[in-house]
Design a protein around this ligand. Structure first.
Ligand SMILES: [Fe+2]
Length: 233
């Protein structure tokens, strides 16, 4: 993805979130220059992978296959094992009409996917077999506290306010319903490590290759290694 495209997606996301009265934390709006002046007191943002996360899943076509995410809170896998550690995570996402997040499951993350407003979110799901294929048996999930069983590969629709709890090894793909507008999607989950926890059904890149055609407006989570080495020292 071109950096200029990522910057534009950030601007569009900022407007969309403002329309829905959803506010991001202060560090969302730091510039690369601001980051350069930060100290070790900000290390948690880097270590817990908080912040902007925009991906085309390697498709080179963000509109068709891509996702906007912002990780608001998270812990670490080490913290999961600590009785006093942070065990939860929260993300906000924007899913455009017919914009696909490819079929994947999570090894350790259980997640609630919540339609926070806008259009409708469509989610297709299967259970995973032991060898990571699509299981043919029906899938049982909880939708807002109501247990629902659907045939494998069936699509559910989340209207604004509705949510579904996806357990580990539940294969799912999702997109915004055509003609209904983009969807503001919340995710409340166990701690999330996107470097190791996603299993895609087909070979898929989780983070985009970036062509640097202009300066970053704000840093992506994936930029921290390059820009924030001074915070992890
Ligand atoms: Fe997922």
């Amino acid at each position: 993805m071109k950096r200029s495209t990522i910057n534009n997606i950030m601007r569009e996301a900022r407007d969309f979130l403002a329309d829905h009265k959803f506010h991001l934390p202060p560090f969302a709006f730091w510039s690369p220059r601001d980051w350069a002046g930060k100290g070790s007191d900000c290390r948690e943002i880097v270590e817990q992978q908080l912040g902007w996360d925009i991906t085309d899943f390697g498709s080179d076509n963000f509109e068709k296959t891509g996702l906007f995410l912002f990780t608001i809170r998270n812990g670490t896998l080490a913290g999961l094992k600590d009785p006093l550690g942070k065990t939860y995570a929260e993300k906000i996402m924007i899913v455009r009409e017919d914009q696909l997040t490819p079929t994947h499951f999570h090894h350790q993350k259980m997640e609630d996917i919540i339609n926070r407003g806008g259009g409708n979110l469509l989610i297709r799901m299967w259970n995973a077999t032991e060898d990571d294929r699509l299981e043919g048996a029906p899938v049982t999930v909880s939708m807002d506290g109501v247990r629902v069983t659907i045939p494998a590969g069936e699509t559910i629709r989340l209207r604004p306010g509705e949510s579904v709890c996806l357990p580990q090894r539940n294969y799912h793909r999702f997109w915004g319903e055509a003609g209904q507008g983009a969807v503001l999607v919340g995710e409340v989950s166990r701690v999330n490590d996107d470097r190791t926890d996603n299993h895609f059904f087909e070979p898929t890149g989780r983070f985009p290759a970036i062509e640097e055609d202009e300066e970053p407006l704000h840093l992506l989570y994936g930029d921290y290694q390059r820009y924030c080495a001074h915070l992890s020292a």
